[in-house]
Write a protein of this length. Structure first.
Length: 442
């Protein structure tokens, strides 16, 4: 009998040891980590410093921010260059960046909180909540604007929206919609209407004059689909429809629900679609690298965020903020849905989003391109640098904001630019980030 209890005690010790080997969930990012404890050195940090500074010295960037955390310990959080080149204002880690498509992941997570609440299922047909959604696929468009359709092979689901495989606005459907908009604009003498939306904030759909996302999504739903749901990949507009579905199912505006379910619990207090006038100086000016020179671009996207009474917030773009805020979002996903003492998503839900490819083997995303629910999934054949594990997932934004979440390495990395045109510098930074933790004496 005594021997039996000894074995029980032995197994208890083993289980406890394994539990201790697994790092505790980081409820807060630790900005005061000792490099030796984390597993890197000052010499390795300096290599990234030199890399980032070289981007500035060679006029490849106006400014950039790099952020790396392992096991919740922040080992890199530095800014380089100038947020305002003309006035020589240095960049800082607290600057606001236009996040563009990084909005999509946040809105997708917000939708998945509704799934966790049992209010909707990933494989539910969208028509269950929005009967107006099309059940036809466009097959031909005539010169006079008339067209032919056929029934969809299966109804569009929420998984199709989150994997950009819904068929909304794709192919011939996109051309049909654009052609009709151009004809209407020409008939009314307002050809440039869609370009005069600075005062209306950031947006990519509709005429640029709608006060609410609902108006644009009702208009979009009148058109047939460009392909059968789930049969192809067509990026962008699906997340706008997903945002509208968040409004329908939650009964709140998209902006309100995203704040309630994601931003506020995570402490992402500076991430938003809109700000008061005091936020204007926080934004990094946009530049493009053209022929070896930095050329200032339009500031309409940052100017469009300054408002206290805007009602239009779309799901595909529009969020802005500092890199440290979005790092909290990344850490939450690395933690399987938990951060800041709040569980945003169930662990199984994060797995559902990031471990299953939702696209056909051959798709317009490119060879070996895979996408889950809201994120690109890296695999043995496609990853930004070889050091990235096959379990990593990521996405980014149009102006050069990129991030990766790598569960196998218990690591997140973010790299922010605010440049429409630039060299592919992110892989260089990311490789340096992984090399921080390679075994060496230096």
């Amino acid at each position: 009998m005594k021997k039996k209890y000894l074995w029980i005690a032995y197994f208890a010790v083993c289980i406890g040891a394994k539990a201790q080997d697994k790092p505790a969930i980081a409820q807060q990012l630790n900005y005061n980590a000792e490099l030796k404890t984390v597993g890197t050195t000052k010499a390795k940090i300096k290599r990234i410093d030199s890399l980032m500074q070289s981007f500035v010295d060679q006029s490849k960037i106006s400014s950039a921010v790099g952020f790396i955390a392992k096991n919740g310990n922040v080992v890199y959080n530095k800014a380089y260059g100038f947020k305002d080149v003309e006035n020589h204002i240095p960049a800082s880690v607290d600057d606001y960046y236009i996040l563009f498509s990084q909005t999509k992941a946040v809105v997708t997570v917000a939708f998945m909180t509704l799934v966790d609440k049992g209010l909707v299922a990933v494989d539910d047909p969208v028509s269950k909540y929005f009967p107006e959604i099309s059940d036809k696929v466009l097959t031909a468009v005539n010169d006079d604007g008339t067209y032919k359709t056929r029934p969809v092979s299966r109804p569009m689901t929420f998984a199709d929206l989150m994997s950009h495989s819904s068929g909304l606005g794709a192919g011939l459907a996109g051309k049909l919609r654009k052609g009709e908009a151009e004809r209407k604009a020409k008939a009314s003498g307002s050809e440039n209407l869609s370009n005069n939306s600075v005062a209306m904030g950031q947006r990519t759909g509709g005429t640029g004059t709608s006060r609410y996302l609902k108006e644009d999504m009702l208009a979009l739903a009148k058109y047939p689909l460009g392909f059968d749901p789930g049969s192809e990949w067509n990026y962008h507009v699906s997340t706008n429809m997903l945002g509208y579905m968040v409004e329908i199912i939650s009964g709140k505006s998209l902006r309100e629900y995203v704040k309630l379910s994601v931003l506020d619990p995570l402490g992402m207090n500076e991430t938003d679609w809109y700000y008061g006038p005091e936020a204007s100086p926080r934004f990094v000016k946009p530049y493009s690298a053209i022929d070896g020179k930095l050329v200032l671009q339009s500031t309409k996207f940052s100017e469009g965020t300054i408002s206290t009474n805007r009602t239009y917030a779309e799901g595909a773009i529009g969020l802005n903020g500092p890199i440290g805020d979005y790092a909290k979002f990344c850490q939450m996903l690395l933690n399987k849905g938990e951060y800041n003492g709040h569980r945003i998503l169930k662990a199984a839900t994060v797995d559902m989003m990031t471990k299953k490819n939702r696209l056909p083997a051959v798709n317009s995303g490119g060879k070996t391109f895979q996408f889950g629910l809201g994120f690109e999934l890296y695999n043995a054949e496609k990853k930004p640098v070889p050091e990235v594990s096959n379990s990593a997932f990521a996405w980014g934004g149009f102006y050069g904001t990129d991030y990766i979440i790598d569960p196998e390495n218990n690591m997140i990395a973010l790299f922010y630019l605010n440049m429409p045109k630039h060299e592919p510098l992110y892989p260089l930074f990311l490789r340096g980030g992984y090399q921080l933790f390679e075994k060496s004496d230096k």
